[in-house]
Design a protein around this ligand. Structure first.
Ligand SMILES: [Zn+2]
Length: 326
């Protein structure tokens, strides 16, 4: 996509004007009281060909990673879920299938923090988003040279150090995040392609190692996942957000074969609708599915996946989320 120099400049200025993080940024979301019995709830939204991930901590802290391609689908989803405010929104990178709906989300939910990279790649839509962030006086923050910790109550998000910006391929400017809640963890790296993932493998492998759930990078593209990545992550299941019959052929057959070879359950929003995962910090469950994790054999569970409901510990708001947007 062509990027005009003028837009690049405005994007850079916009982020600067929005200001850096305050020193206490990481701790601002910590604490909270009560709700100890509630689980962590993560929704991988069925938002077409794009990403949008809603994170709700047991303490009621909320984060939204990406907002899909549609201008209002993510905001509508949040309203249906009874969300009234967001603590932080994160744009993994500047492509419209990740930030197309973020402007409406920011307008409607006025998050405390907005996280994005300083990549100069932009579009009119992304520029409009930055202007909204500024107009709403939302504090803009960015990944740093060292892992950046964000506490959502008892849920910890670690934002990966950002590799040197790739001015040719915006996918390689994706923000990487490791979510941890007790022994449960999720790895999300936007649309990171081989170059960016190799950089993290070389510099931050400990952040990648042993994650319970892997959100496939780049919607299951062949350039978003490889054997070395899976060997380190060792996921119990993978999730991909994508639109049915998308123009890119996602997920690529090479990725499907790789997952089959490694016997890793593959959860796709184009097949299941919104995918909701809950965890109490020890075990995790896929809401409204028989795919259940309790620290046992991944292979056995993959084979045993059935259609029975299984929602121990989940709150009612996270069930029944399979309705299709399209
Ligand atoms: Zn994408």
């Amino acid at each position: 996509m062509k990027v005009c120099r003028f837009l690049r400049l405005l994007v850079l200025v916009g982020l600067v004007l929005a200001g850096p993080a305050s020193p206490g940024f990481a701790q601002l979301f910590s604490g909270g009281s009560g709700g100890a019995a509630k689980p962590l709830v993560i929704d991988f939204l069925d938002i077409g060909q794009g990403d949008s991930i809603l994170i709700r901590s047991p303490e009621g802290k909320t984060a939204l990673v990406d907002a899909g391609p549609s201008s209002d689908a993510a905001a509508q989803f949040l309203k249906r879920k009874g969300i009234t405010a967001l603590d932080i929104v994160i744009v993994s990178h500047h492509h419209s299938d990740h930030c197309g709906g973020m402007d409406q989300v920011v307008r409607d939910f006025k998050p405390k923090y907005f996280m994005a990279t300083s990549s100069s790649h932009t579009t009119k839509g992304y520029l409009k988003l930055l202007q909204t962030v500024k107009a709403e006086s939302i504090t803009a923050v960015a990944p740093t040279a060292k892992p950046r910790k964000i506490e959502l109550g008892s849920v910890l998000l670690t934002v990966f150090p950002q590799p040197p910006l790739d001015h040719q391929e915006e996918n390689n400017n994706s923000i990487g995040i490791r979510l941890e809640y007790g022994k449960f963890s999720v790895l999300m790296t936007g649309d990171s392609e081989t170059d960016e993932r190799q950089w993290w493998l070389a510099h931050n492998s400990s952040l990648i190692r042993d994650c319970t759930i892997l959100k496939l990078a780049h919607h299951g593209s062949r350039n978003g996942t490889d054997q070395r990545w899976l060997d380190l992550v060792q996921p119990e299941a993978v999730v991909a957000s994508l639109g049915a019959g998308n123009d890119y052929g996602h997920p690529h057959s090479e990725t499907i074969s790789l997952l089959r070879k490694n016997e890793i359950p593959f959860l796709r929003t184009d097949q299941r609708g919104t995918i909701t995962i809950v965890s109490n910090g020890r075990t995790w469950n896929l809401v409204n599915s028989g795919l259940t994790r309790r620290g046992g054999s991944r292979k056995a569970d993959a084979v045993a996946a059935s259609s029975s409901d299984d929602e121990p510990g989940a709150n009612s708001s996270s069930s029944g989320s399979r309705s299709r947007r399209r």
